[in-house]
Write a protein that binds this ligand. Sequence first.
Ligand SMILES: [Ca+2]
Length: 193
Amino acid sequence: MTSKYVQLDESRRTPSRYYARMCSLSDFRAKHAFSYIEATIGMVILGLGIVTGLSLYASYARGTTIEIEEAIAKQLCSELMEEIMSKNFESGAYASGSFGRAVSELVRADFDDVDDYDGWLEKPIQDVYGNDITDPVYEGYARAVVVTNVDIDNLTTVAMDGSTAAKLIKVVVSKNQKVRAVLACHRTRYQRN
Ligand SMILES: [Ca+2]
């Protein structure tokens, strides 16, 4: 009985062990092969993720920089426009319809009417007295002004000097030669009913 039992057991166990060992080796190879593929795919995905992430971050940083520059430019636009709008429509010392600076109006502090600012270019940014502003926040910025006579009945139509009671004032602020803000306002000689 014992002998028979052993034979039966060996005949059944030996193939099983062999099969088990063969399966383990096969599984080992399969698992390792799969791991290499997974690792390769993982590295590719990780690499793509890093590249995409860096690209998105660069776009975000660039967008943030432009937004900051635009905010500063809008502030510079508003300040200069307020100054211009506080001046007279035209100089009382000259005939109605006269346009541009008088010979004596050499510096900004001398400007007394809105068209004195026509062709004004400021780089670096200056205060109202013509002093350069050295704050590094404003480094690289420039302000330019264009004043145009426009038809008072059609404010988009350019008019001849002396023929109209309306002027278009445009302030442009750029940073390193790139326009970051534009502000346009109209000024009339009088308030129409
Ligand atoms: Ca003037």
